[in-house]
Design a protein around this ligand. Sequence first.
Ligand code: HAM
Length: 425
Amino acid sequence: MANKTVQSVRGFVDLLPEDAWKWQFLEATAREVFQLYGFEEIRTPLLEKTDLFSRSVGEATDIVGKEMYTFTDRSGDSLSLRPEGTAPVVRAYLEHGFAKSHPESSFYYLAPMFRHERPQHGRLRQFHQIGAELFGIPGPEADAEIISLQADLLSRMGLKDFSLAINSLGCRACQPEYHRRLVGFLEPLAPKLCPNCQKRVRGNPLRVLDCKEAECRALLRSQSVPRISDSLCPACSEHFSELQAILKTMGLEFTLDPFLVRGLDYYTRTAFEIYPGKSGSQSRTDAISAGGRYDELISDLGGPALPAVGFALGMERILLQLPEIPPPAKKPAVALLAMGVSARRLVQKLARELRENGFPARADLKGGSFKAQIHRADRAGAGLVLILGEDEIRDQTVMVKDLKKSEQEKIPAKDLVAYLRNKLS
Ligand code: HAM
């Protein structure tokens, strides 16, 4: 019986060379923009203690309750593949003493995340985020900076149309009263809500507001749902108004969305999402980028009371929205081929010398007839082919063949680098 091939895991996809350069473009653009904003890169491990996410993202969320890749390792510890980047960055910020030494730090990351969701268009089990976290600044200026950073990233990546929706989720002072009002309002409606929302009414009532089920959405929009904006304490209310004023001054357009609540529990005050197109959150397409303020998370994870705000952008999601990105111009490649056994080793030596001098060089590793080697060089896109045979070895030359012009000339080996520099410049 023939051996069966092994397939990749559902929701985990390969990135093939034909697409890799698009990712390189996104990554390079992100690094450029982060540098302009003065953010520094941080890389945290893929695996964290499960507890980190239960205590931050929240036990009652879909992410922690249903979607984490969690297992017990050989030491008996419960570990999880990170489903998001904020909690690990906060852990690292505390673990490495930044909260004391540099409380006002700003970090960025480009990293894979893992959630056991139902794979579909733009929704994967391993996906990639470009994210940033800004620590230590309590005012709405930090929220505006993070929003501006996202807008600049998207524009530089080539996304023309996107819309920003914002909301305030209040703070620990005003959230409990709002939750009480919301639960009181939702309880009588519960039998008409989807089974998930029936559970959420008591467990996580805010999430009922952004349920994706059509019946829940229609029902809630036909009712006068209590709005968090009517329950904000004076300090939260001022923070939110000031943020809106700053965004207007900065020329960053936004809409207010009282149904925007986010799927992670750590948010306080500002929450935002960016959607493709101009119609915004009304279209209820998946957000490309999202985030908000989380002023309690650092202390919830054992640190001092320090505020923070951040965002993460989904790389797969942005790629779905971008127009064709032109591939980078190919550097003229030099292909080397050997005629005869003694030439083969010398060809690899020569290829190394050329690479040391900065020329992308492709030595033919397979050998065979002259015709077959030329054909492979042509298919690889080589502009020039360097041929080494018995004659060339004897008189220390290299035959240079220009495939496009169908011309060839013999060059002394010692002059080859200068010749190529001149020819390929
Ligand atoms: P999030 O909304 O869960 O927030 O994810 C942020 C972005 O990651 C989403 O807007 C989306 O583009 C992308 N994303 C999420 N899940 C998937 C998936 N299954 N497949 C493809 N893309 C996905 C967070 O993760 C927060 N940590 C953001 C944040 C940073 N808040 C403050 N700082």
